[in-house]
Design a protein around this ligand. Structure first.
Ligand code: HEC
Length: 165
């Protein structure tokens, strides 16, 4: 008899605990800007994060005709090189997200459109690298370039030349 009481008491305890459990995470509000480390200003983000990554992709697409070295294909020739540019392309996808972070995004309008377009160009490059498709990889690089230019034209028309070297 006393054993039964014990079980019942336990059950009540357990149910009580359940009803006081915190609401599931999904219903929490989205994190605010204070949830992110935004210490990199826009210029540092561009010069130290985005451009070096984009440069690797541009330097791996198309061809050059140099007086000294002659005609030269730039595309990766080994699996390791294709895998490396695919990593860089994935970083472009995430750089687009980093641009869209609350507190970094300049507005919730065209800025987000350009940031998303940057991620989309990165995803295109990733796919092309995965199947080693030179033409698609080149197109992804061209698309990325036009996203950079379009955003600069909208937000800082003074940036005319950004793809250094
Ligand atoms: C969502 C908008 C946006 C996108 C997309 C974007 N930029 Fe920028 N970029 C800016 C803004 C705004 C500035 C000006 C920052 C400042 O001077 O305060 C800038 C400045 C720069 C600068 C100059 C920094 C300096 O020292 O003055 C470089 C280089 C640059 N961007 C490279 C790139 C490259 C490469 C891409 C594409 C792969 C790109 N950006 C895509 C918004 C963007």
């Amino acid at each position: 008899m006393s054993g039964q009481h014990c079980v019942l008491a336990l059950l009540v305890l357990v149910l009580g605990a359940c009803s006081e459990a915190p609401a599931p995470a999904a219903s929490s509000p989205a994190p605010s800007a204070s949830a992110y480390n935004l210490s990199l200003g826009m210029r540092d983000f561009m010069n130290l994060v985005l451009e070096p990554t984009a440069d690797v992709l541009w330097d791996s697409a198309g061809w050059v005709n140099d007086i000294e070295t002659g005609y030269q294909e730039l595309y990766p020739t080994t699996d390791a090189d294709w895998d490396m540019v695919r990593q860089r392309a994935a970083q472009i996808v995430e750089a687009g997200n980093a641009l869209a972070l609350p507190g970094r995004a300049v507005d919730n309008d065209a800025w987000i459109t350009y940031a998303n377009a940057l991620s989309a160009a990165g995803a295109m490059a990733m796919e092309a690298a995965a199947v080693r498709n030179q033409e698609d990889f080149f197109q992804a690089g061209a698309q990325m370039y036009s996203v950079c230019s379009a955003c600069h034209q909208t937000y800082n028309p003074e940036i005319s030349r950004f793809a250094a070297n």
